[in-house]
Design a protein around this ligand. Structure first.
Ligand SMILES: NC(=O)c1ccc[n+]([C@@H]2O[C@H](COP(=O)([O-])OP(=O)(O)OC[C@H]3O[C@@H](n4cnc5c(N)ncnc54)[C@H](O)[C@@H]3O)[C@@H](O)[C@H]2O)c1
Length: 333
């Protein structure tokens, strides 16, 4: 990995970049985060030249250690930074975001600024640069809100958190820029992702594993009957790569999910059994504002248009994620 500050950046300065100039050149915003860590590895392995633009708020340069990609430290909200980062780029995956539902409820203005203005700035820079495919990370559950699952692309979005609203606004701009300026945008509505490189996340799998490792009770908000669609990050990243190479029309929106409903209680049981502590204590606390009650999604349209199908079962994925935490996070304490 070559790390450079945003200012003074120029493609010619970077040997990796010029060596790979003949390959497919992708900018991944937010590529030093959880999903980015797997995606950037995957794209490099399949022959892409990858540049990451990340301001390292929730991401970490160490996520990309040993990966043959460039890391430009900068903010997607800055037009000049975006214009420079798009130099020589053929396609974009926009992952950079403030991704927490709970934090969006506490501080909606920051969430709006990063997710709505940030996505607008990415799309506007893509428009100026004339870049080809732009894939945007959207969200399933938080954007649709409380609806009877399984949700799909025909479900009416009614977000109940500022985070969900910000992702819906981003999809709106992606569609508008496709129609008004011919941008080849595609928004993928991820289900709840879990997997390696998630140590900095606050999602259920990460917090349950941390509680188990720390000898603290697992905390469940609500009675455990709330449900989510937990999808392994490898499956999400396969969908992102398929979307990059697809010919679907600009403005397309697709759900990327496992299609399986898992209650929070069952998730806790799977985590406890993966860790070999089936009787680890659980503490139940009141439900939090902004969190949807039930959610899982259908990936039928993504299967039809991208050939996407999830390949990792929750049992296998959670077991493998516990092993990753053991080897890469807890072993270092
Ligand atoms: N993880 C999930 O379960 C999930 C589910 C649905 C959607 N998503 C979406 O997928 C994308 C990636 O999520 P993640 O889980 O990897 O989150 P993450 O927080 O680990 O990664 C986001 C990255 O964006 C960077 N970033 C934030 N603001 C930035 C800015 N203004 N300029 C440049 N970089 C910035 C962060 O430093 C971080 O590296 C996000 O758009 C998120 O909303 C994630």
């Amino acid at each position: 990995m070559v790390a450079v500050p945003a200012s003074g950046w120029a493609p010619a300065n970077f040997p990796t970049w010029s060596r790979m100039a003949e390959t497919r050149r992708v900018l991944v915003t937010g590529g030093a985060g959880f999903v980015g860590a797997t995606l950037v590895r995957r794209l490099v392995e399949s022959g892409h030249a990858v540049r990451v633009l990340d301001n390292l708020t929730t991401g970490d340069a160490s996520h990309l250690e040993g990966v043959d990609a460039e890391l430009v430290e900068g903010d997607v909200r800055d037009a000049k930074t975006m214009d420079e980062a798009l130099g020589g780029i053929e396609s974009v995956v926009h992952l950079a975001a403030a991704g927490s539902v709970v934090m969006s409820v506490a501080d909606p203005a920051t969430n709006f600024n990063v997710n709505v203005f940030g996505t607008f700035q990415v799309l506007d820079a893509v428009r100026r640069a004339g870049v080809g495919r732009t894939v945007l990370a959207s969200t399933g559950g938080a954007l649709i809100g409380d609806a009877i699952p399984p949700v799909n692309e025909r479900s009416l979005p009614k977000p109940i958190s500022p985070y969900g609203a910000s992702k819906l606004a981003g999809e709106g701009y992606a569609h508008a820029f496709a129609k008004a300026y011919g941008l080849r945008t595609i928004a993928l509505r991820f289900a709840n992702a879990y997997g390696p490189w998630s140590a900095r996340k606050r999602g259920a799998v990460t917090t349950f594993f941390r509680a188990i490792n720390g000898g603290e009770p697992i905390v469940i908000y609500g009675d455990g009957s709330a449900s989510r669609d937990y999808t392994h990050v490898d499956d999400i990243c396969r969908a992102l790569e398929l979307a990059l190479g697809s010919e679907v029309p600009g403005g397309t929106v697709l759900h990327i999910a496992s299609g399986v409903e898992t209650t929070v209680q069952l998730l806790a049981d799977l985590c406890r059994s993966a860790a070999g502590v089936p009787d680890h204590p659980i503490e139940y606390r009141p439900k939090r504002v902004g969190e949807v009650e039930r959610n899982f999604a259908s990936y039928d349209l993504a299967k039809e248009l991208l050939g996407f199908e999830p390949s990792i079962s929750r049992e296998e994925g959670i077991r493998e994620t516990w092993q990753w935490f053991q080897e890469s996070v807890f072993a270092e304490r």
